[in-house]
Design a protein around this ligand. Structure first.
Ligand SMILES: *[C@@H]1O[C@H](CO)[C@@H](O)[C@H](O)[C@H]1NC(C)=O
Ligand SMILES: *[C@@H]1O[C@H](CO)[C@@H](O)[C@H](O)[C@H]1NC(C)=O
Ligand SMILES: *[C@@H]1O[C@H](CO)[C@@H](O)[C@H](O)[C@H]1NC(C)=O
Ligand SMILES: CC(=O)N[C@H]1CO[C@H](CO)[C@@H](O)[C@@H]1O
Length: 644
């Protein structure tokens, strides 16, 4: 049902919700009647998803499973000149050698820098070589295998062997392998290392060394290293499996990538360019990211697509739209090449193998075309004054080739239509709770809403407050309002998604990690609770003896499983007992309660990752059509009922 509700005042909507129910439990307690006897609104099947960009070292060092740092010597990871940072010389006993950054022996036209090892003295008992310290360590876990790859060549007369190993920082070799057959031309070497350890440690390093008098006076060049442990769904060049599992648990339906700000570039030439992120690793140079550190692009366009495929997420592709963070806009007359680059990107993804870029995709290992149902033109273009002409130009060109795709506008503009408007909310808890009814009176029948980024910070936007339960409950209230309006609000995503502990640029974030572990913030558990208990129909709820605040609710049903989900947030400091009745449905005598609750300041951290979580219990109903339930202070609860 679509009604034009712009003229309805909030109190009129409240009055509609307060139509008296036939079941009144007590004179004073709030009582809700779930109306399964009248048609509900259908809820968006892809309501919950993720927004992702590399911020806070969340890509390199985090989501991207590459364990080595500065693996292709393109730039210091703070974005400075290329160097050998994070690599160190290794020498034992009388061994003597140097390592230098060499620009005269390029692997190819993209990766021109190599690490050169010059051996002065070496013997069987005096090894020389170099090590990489990883991203704040190298995690070695029981039962895990590690695959290392690299390119190497040597001066004539030296063919190897080289020893490739993972060692503890105190020098214990945990696993090693040997390669030989080096020549004067670069070759790719691959070894598998399987440490036999019984505990997880991160105080380890990756070492390549030589121990032979045959190497004396010789030089060996190395480039493009990689080291991966188990990746999520065992993807080559994939994502860290524990992070993948934590993300998967949320059951995200869509993935917005590659940014956010990180799409735009600090300046126009520094924008994210798809064609620099695909193909073999040795063809990816990297770029200086928007969050002031080097992005290796080891994780690129096709890798994000694999993540969508492996996690069953619909891709929502942000495309560069001629505006960068230094507030410069590409003039209208010069947009042509930028539009062409986006068309090439879309052809790479969606084109058949008979197209130029579709065939490149096939060459990169993905012959099947990839559907991109949602295309977002730019990012937060409400910051610019040029969006009208830019949106129009990109929209017209893309629409011509892909008429059936859905277009997302990142700000209000009137030049061309859009299917969804991307709204962002970074607010305090109070402000977020006040937005509970934000979309209640929003006009239906026009474009839909994509809440592409939101996150409550209990101290206000972007500061350094903790991602605590107070913030998470405000998220829950806001999301409850979004779900009540999910006939209009089609997709929502918390942001930012990931944060490397100790490298926080934006707080709060959904998931924290360090080299050893990964944990959800309280907001993560709210996402999980609301997303994984997903309804397809939002049911009418009649309230008597009270209204919203401190309790906020939405009730939905899922036809295929006969489930009813009562989602309830209690922002108050006291428990709340209310009556819940059902009209037009009888439910089984036992329900399941899934609850996040605690103190407002409670949070999760590296040293205490499980302070806040979801507690599940079974409860009994006094009748098939009604029961009383007590909601804990400061809690978000899903009551799962099963229709007979
Ligand atoms: C990527 O494409 C742009 C033009 O669309 C081009 O200028 C640039 O050189 C390309 N980069 C690589 C690495 O191919
Ligand atoms: C369905 O959506 C309309 C707005 O289009 C709203 O007025 C009505 O309350 C919604 N019904 C339910 C059950 O949420
Ligand atoms: C809920 O509690 C009230 C007050 O104690 C009681 O009168 C009512 O019968 C209860 N309702 C159900 C369905 O158990
Ligand atoms: C890489 C980078 O810029 N890291 C930053 C992350 O955020 C912290 C806190 O804002 C900065 O100190 C780091 O420099």
């Amino acid at each position: 049902m679509k009604i034009s509700s712009t003229s309805l005042s909030l109190s009129a909507v409240a009055a509609l919700l307060c139509i008296s129910s036939t079941f009144v439990n007590t004179a004073s307690a709030l009582s809700l009647t779930i109306r399964n006897d009248v048609a509900g609104n259908s809820s968006s099947p892809i309501l919950y998803g993720f927004m992702y960009e590399d911020i806070n070292y969340s890509g390199d060092s985090g989501l991207y499973g590459q364990m080595l740092r500065n693996w292709n010597f393109q730039a210091g990871d703070t974005g400075g000149a290329a160097d050998l940072s994070h690599w160190s010389l290794v020498k034992q006993n009388t061994g003597s050698a140097t390592i230098t950054l060499d620009t005269a022996n390029p692997l190819n036209s993209i990766n021109k820098n190599s690490l050169r090892l010059d051996v002065t003295t070496s013997s069987a008992s005096s090894r020389v070589g170099f090590s990489n310290e990883g991203w704040w360590g190298l995690r070695v876990q029981p039962g895990e295998s590690y695959t290392a790859t690299f390119f190497a060549k040597a001066t004539s007369g030296f063919t190897g062997p080289l020893t490739v190993s993972i060692e503890s920082n105190s020098g214990t070799v945990l696993a090693s392998a040997s390669v030989s057959g080096l020549t004067g031309a670069y070759q790719k070497f691959t070894v598998t290392l399987k440490p036999s350890v019984t505990t997880t440690t991160i105080t380890n390093k990756f070492v390549v060394s030589v121990a032979s008098s045959g190497a004396v006076g010789k030089s060996v060049w190395f480039d493009v290293f990689s080291l991966f442990g188990k990746t999520y769904k065992d993807r080559e060049n994939g994502i860290r499996s524990d992070i993948g599992n934590v993300l998967e648990a949320v059951q995200p339906s869509f993935f917005r990538f590659p940014g956010g700000n990180n799409l735009e570039g600090q300046s126009i030439p520094q924008r994210w360019q798809w064609n620099e992120t695909v193909g073999p690793l040795e063809e990816r140079k990297g770029r200086f990211g928007d969050w002031s550190y080097w992005n290796t692009n080891g994780q690129g366009l096709l890798d994000y697509v694999y993540m969508c495929e492996d996690m069953n997420m619909v891709p929502v592709l942000g495309v560069y739209a001629g505006y960068s963070l230094d507030t410069s806009s590409v003039p209208e007359a010069n947009l042509g090449p930028y539009i062409q680059q986006v068309l090439d990107e879309l052809e790479y993804l969606m084109g058949s193998t008979s197209t130029t870029y579709g065939s490149l995709r096939a060459k990169h290992g993905h012959p099947e075309p990839i559907d991109i149902p949602y295309i977002e033109i730019g990012n937060e273009d409400f910051f610019s004054t040029t969006y009208d002409y830019r949106y129009k130009a990109f929209y017209d060109a893309i629409k011509k080739v892909y008429p059936d795709k859905k277009f997302i506008s990142t700000g209000p503009q009137t030049s061309r239509p859009y299917d969804l408007l991307d709204d962002h909310f970074y607010l305090t808890s109070k402000e977020m709770i006040a937005l509970f009814n934000h979309y209640d009176n929003y006009a239906r029948g026009g474009s839909d809403i994509f809440v592409g980024e939101f996150g409550t910070n209990s101290q206000g936007c972007c500061g350094a407050s903790a991602a605590n339960l107070d913030a998470a409950l405000a998220d829950a209230v806001f999301m409850t309002g979004l779900e009540r309006n999910s006939d209009l609000v089609k997709m929502i995503a918390y942001a930012p998604l990931l944060n490397r502990d100790g490298q926080t640029q934006w707080n709060p974030d959904l998931v924290g990690f360090n080299t050893e572990i990964v944990w959800g913030t309280p907001s993560y558990y709210i996402q999980l609770l609301w997303s994984a208990n997903r309804a397809d129909t939002i049911l009418q709820v009649d309230a008597s003896n009270g209204g919203f605040g401190p309790l906020y609710w939405v009730v939905g049903s899922k036809e295929s499983t006969k489930q009813i989900f009562v989602k309830m947030v209690n922002t108050g400091s006291s428990s709340q007992t209310i009556g819940i009745n059902l009209k037009g449905a009888s439910v089984h005598s036992q329900g399941v309660a899934r609850v996040v609750s605690g103190g407002l300041e409670d949070t999760n951290s590296a040293s205490s990752p499980n302070t806040v979580g979801i507690k599940e219990s079974v409860f009994s109903l006094t009748s098939a059509t009604g029961f009383n339930y007590t909601f804990a202070p400061y809690s978000a609860t899903v009551l799962l009922l099963h229709r007979m």
